[in-house]
Structure formats: C-alpha cells, structure tokens
Design a protein around this ligand. Structure first.
Ligand SMILES: [Ca+2]
Ligand SMILES: [Ca+2]
Length: 424
C-alpha cells in the first residue's frame, strides 16, 4: 500500500479513536469470550486430563474404564500409557477417576492413580474399594508405565457405589491431596462427612513416601506432622471435612489457594475456597448444609463452625458441579485470574472472579457437553473432557475476546482485529 493510503488509513484511525475507545472495555479487562478447540475425539468416557510437569508437553488423558492415553501434541499414541482395567471396576461413579504426577516426576518417574477396585472380601458392608496406587514409568520407555511397579498406598472400603470423590493432586507443599466422597447412597446416612473416625467425606493429605502404618497393609504412606488431627481425636490423614463428593479440586498455581467443587444432593452445587495459608481442619458443612442451605442439622454445631461456599448454584441451572482451575496460562490475557468451573448436565462453563473476598460468576460458555473434568497442561492452558462413550473428546478452552494491544505509535486498543483492519 502507498504512503498516501497509509497516511489516510492512519488519519481514519485517529478520527475513529474516540468511538473505538468508547466501545472497548478498559485495556486488558475485556470479558473473555470462550470457545472450544477439539484436541482429540473418539474417546470412551474421558474423565482425566493431566500433565507430567516434565517439559515433555504431553497430555495424559484418562478414560474411566482404566486406560490412560498420551496426546503428544499431534496424535494419540497407539499404546496406552497405563492400563488398570484388570484391577479396577468401572461404571456409574466408579472407575479410574484420578491421576497425579509426582512433583519430581522428571527425576523419579512416579505417578499416582485413584481407581475403584472390586470387593473381594464378601463383606456385605462393602460395595467396592477406593484404591490409591503409585506406579513408575518403564525405565526404557517414557511413554509406558511399568505394569509391575504398582504399590498400593491406600485401600479403603466404600459402602455404596456412588460419591467416591476421585481427585488426586499435589499441593504447593508437595504433599498428596485426595478427595473422598461421603460413602454414597443419598443424604449421607452414616453422617460420614462430619465424622472424624472415617476417611469418607474428606480431603486427605498424605506424604506418599514411606509407611507410617507398618501393621496395616492397606495404609502405606506417612502422615505429615502438621496435619490438623495429628495428636488429637480424628483420623490423621484428614485435611478437610464436611464434603459430600469433592469430585474435582485444584490448587491455584500462582497463589496455592485450593478450590473445591463439591457435588450437591438435590438442590445446590457449591465451590469452596481454602486459602493457601489454611492450617487445615476446615469443615465445609455437609450434611448439615448443602451449599449454604440447611440440609439436616440434627446434631450439628452453630453455623459459624462451618466454612460456607464462595459460589453456589441451584439445580434449576444444572445437576452436578465439575470443579475446574483458576486460569494462569500465557495464551489468553483477558482470562487470567478467572476460576473456571462447569455443570456436568448442562455443559455451562462459568468464570468466577473476586472482588475482595466476594466471588461472582458469569456464564462464559454454553457447551452442551457432559463436562466431566477440567485439566491443565504444563503452561497452564485449560482443557475439558466430554464424557461420552465412544465419541468422547478432549477440548482446549480458548478465549476469542479481543486481546489488548499497544501499537508502536502508542495507541492502545481492546480490539486487535478492528485495528488490523485499519492498519495496512
Ligand atoms: Ca502399611
Ligand atoms: Ca488423630
């Protein structure tokens, strides 16, 4: 384009500037406009997306039936990374539910899984077992787990098939956090969420090294000395209580804050927030409260003894919350700081932001997918899984909102595409 046209275009730009500024959101503060980008389809009930934190760029995609596949950025590798189909039971809320890589995975090749194992005891009180196991990658093949490397850390009986939790994640303290549901049925008939003598209805915090229970073959890990119930009444693994089914939780990779998506009973879905500085022991209220609403307060303490959710939504807007992640990735500046979560039944994805201690949510995407889980890649970009048999998929969450740009002449715009249409 000639200098003349260039000058004319620049003049038009200057003349249009006040209007554009009036229409644009403040620089860097435009509301995200989410969309989904298909990563891989043809999956069966994908419920896990994880990364190894080893700079390999691989995404690990777990199917509920017990297989973990590697997406190498281009394709799904033909051989599963991990296969626990032989030792697990799947269906409904059971199966391979969680996967976490050791913070030192690049050096030690260790990873941890959560799966449901069939009851082999014949005990009528036991429906199945929650199993937390460690595996190690094959010494000669980084894309394969050594199937003989399994060490069971925890084997814990479940009285019903549902409300199993399933999340595993290492905290900023490099300790392993494990979510367990209230044992199932409905309404927490055993009041397990409030009981300190069971691991059910809790988030646990363990050190997966060593064995602090030498006489117990079903507990093979150690208890961090600063866990809140060490030295006082209560199972020493317990970090947080009063949870119904904390299916997905995550740590903010910037602040270390813990966000918990706790699936509700019949009326309210909730997100709980535990600040990084918490000493543990928080009681999130179930079954006394469902969200911030009384559910069954028989035998319950005063309301100020419970931590109420930062966010909740009624079943007119969904059926089952899928906790997500606070976005800290580099790709989408307008999305930074948003905590994303979804409803499994409607596929609505919300973004939550905070103003002081007050959180508010905006629906950012109506996906109409069965959003079973979120996942993070190494850089902090986010993914969701669509849990469907045979045609399930993993999508990358993208923000198509205008990105903030400062041009060489100092003009700043909230709408890069509009500017590029003007500037040759
Ligand atoms: Ca033991
Ligand atoms: Ca204790």
């Amino acid at each position: 384009m000639s200098q003349h046209h260039n000058a004319m275009a620049r003049l038009a730009l200057v003349l249009a500037l006040p209007l554009l500024l009036a229409l644009a959101a403040p620089a860097g503060a435009a509301e995200p406009i989410l969309d989904l980008e298909l990563v891989v389809g043809g999956l069966t009930d994908p419920v896990i997306v994880a990364n190894a934190g080893d700079a390999s760029g691989r995404l690990f995609i777990g199917e509920q039936d017990g297989l973990v596949w590697i997406w190498d950025g281009t394709q799904l590798l033909p051989t599963p990374f991990l296969d626990v189909t032989a030792q697990s039971v799947s269906g409904g809320e059971m199966g391979l539910l969680g996967l976490a890589f050791d913070p030192d995975f690049a050096a030690n090749g260790r990873l941890y899984v959560y799966y449901s194992a069939p009851d082999t005891t014949g005990d009528p009180e036991v429906d199945h077992f929650t199993t937390i196991s460690r595996f190690t990658v094959d010494a000669g093949n980084p894309n394969l787990v050594d199937p003989a490397s399994e060490t069971v850390l925890l084997r814990y009986p479940q009285p019903y098939s549902n409300h199993n939790g399933g999340m595993l994640a290492f905290g900023p303290d490099n300790l392993l956090y494990i979510g367990l549901g209230d044992g199932g049925s409905g309404g927490d008939p055993g009041n397990r969420g409030q009981s300190l003598s069971t691991l059910l209805g809790k988030i646990l915090r363990i050190d997966p090294q060593g064995d602090g229970f030498p006489s117990d073959p079903d507990r093979n890990y150690t208890i961090p000395a600063d866990n809140p119930f060490v030295g006082v009444a209560g199972e020493d693994e317990i970090w947080a209580l009063g949870l119904r089914n904390p299916w997905r939780f995550s740590f903010d990779r910037l602040t270390g804050d813990l966000f918990i998506g706790d699936v509700g009973q019949n009326a309210w879905e909730e997100i709980d927030l535990e600040p990084a500085a918490s000493p543990g022991g928080a009681n999130y209220g179930w079954r006394c409260y469902e969200g911030s609403h009384p559910y069954n307060t028989t035998g319950c303490a005063a309301p100020d003894q419970y931590v109420f959710p930062i966010l909740e939504y009624p079943h007119s807007q969904g059926c089952s919350v899928t906790g997500g992640y606070r976005y800290r990735g580099p790709a989408f500046p307008n999305l930074v700081g948003y905590y994303l979560y979804a409803d499994y039944c409607t596929g609505t994805v919300w973004g939550a932001t905070t103003n002081g201690s007050t959180w508010s949510s905006t629906p950012l995407l109506s996906s109409f997918l069965s959003v079973a889980s979120f996942g993070e890649d190494e850089s902090g970009e986010l993914y969701i899984t669509d849990r469907v048999s045979g045609v399930g998929a993993v999508y990358r969450i993208i923000d198509t909102s205008p990105t903030d740009q400062v041009f060489a002449d100092g003009f700043e715009s909230g709408d890069a595409s509009a500017w590029s249409a003007v500037i040759p």
